[in-house]
Each structure stands twice: as C-alpha cells, then as structure tokens.
Design a protein around this ligand. Structure first.
Ligand code: SF4
Length: 160
C-alpha cells in the first residue's frame, strides 16, 4: 500500500458534534480517504489505537482535568501537527462556561470538581500545548476541515 497520512482524532470534554460531522463526511469521502489516510486512532470507528509518530492529530473539546491535560501532552509529543477542532478546543467555549460562574455557584460545584479531579478552570488546547491549525465553528466548519485535510495530504506528500 502507498504511503498514507497517519491521522488521529481525539475528543475531550464536549458534546462531540464535530465527531458526528466527521462521520457524516465519511459518507462522501471514505472510499477516497481509505487509500490516502491511515486512521491510527479514532474511537468512534475503531477500538485499536496507535499514537506512534502521527502526522496529524485532530483534537475536539476543552480540557477539564489533569488527566486530560496529560493525555493532550502525550498526543502533542507524538504528532507532527495538532489541529484544534471546534470552538471548545479553539477558544474553550461553550464547554468552559463554568469559568464564568460566580462565587456562590463555584461553592456549589466544589464537591463535583474535587470528586472528578477537575481543574479549577476549563482550558482551551492552546493554553496547554502548541496548536498548529484551527477549525472554528460550533460544531466545526466542514469546509475549513476539508481544506485542512487537503493541505496536510499535500504537505506530507500523500497527494501532489
Ligand atoms: S464546539 Fe460546539 S459542537 Fe463542538 S464540542 Fe463544543 S459545544 Fe459541541
């Protein structure tokens, strides 16, 4: 088989609607993409996961816990490019709504933060790792996503 783009798709705290958009896009693009893309990690499609030396990691959702932050760093270390997908990953909102809670509401949710080891503040990806590209939108903008897939297929010399 010819060289393929080693791609991972990851979701953190969010509603995963960009993942749904992605699976909808597979209806139109899967037959083409399976020849060009090696899906190394995408839990909505397969259980197996291989993070070794990814070309591109698409990451959806905001970061809410230390465990998520650690996993994001591992993904970053193993990916040549990392793309924030959707508003929650790009700017934190709307997943980061609790960052705006007043003191009274923060007191109410304190036990939940402790129980689930949540961070004091929800963070966008770029507060933790370097982000190479962004797909804005809530959910993600399909056209920008497809343009980026094409860009990386060319950049990694999968297509000319
Ligand atoms: S950006 Fe919007 S669609 Fe995407 S995970 Fe966040 S709330 Fe859901």
């Amino acid at each position: 088989m010819n060289k393929r783009l080693k791609l991972g798709w990851f979701s953190f705290s969010c509603c995963e609607d960009s993942t749904i958009i992605f699976t909808e896009l597979l209806n139109d693009h899967y037959l083409t993409w399976k020849k060009l893309i090696d899906f190394r990690s995408i839990s909505v499609l397969q259980k197996k996961e291989d993070l070794t030396d990814l070309d591109v990691a698409f990451v959806e959702g905001a970061i809410t816990s230390g465990g998520q932050s650690d996993r994001l760093k591992v993904i970053r270390e193993n990916s040549k490019k990392l793309v924030a997908v959707g508003s929650c990953a790009c700017v934190g909102m709307p997943s980061a709504q609790r960052n705006l809670f007043n003191t009274e509401t923060n007191t109410e949710i304190e036990a939940i933060l402790t129980r689930f080891k949540y961070l004091p503040k929800v963070q966008k990806l770029s507060e933790i790792v370097t982000v190479d590209d962004q797909v804005p939108g809530c959910p993600m903008n399909e056209k920008i996503f497809l343009t980026l897939v094409d860009k990386y297929l060319k950049e990694f010399k999968i297509i000319s």
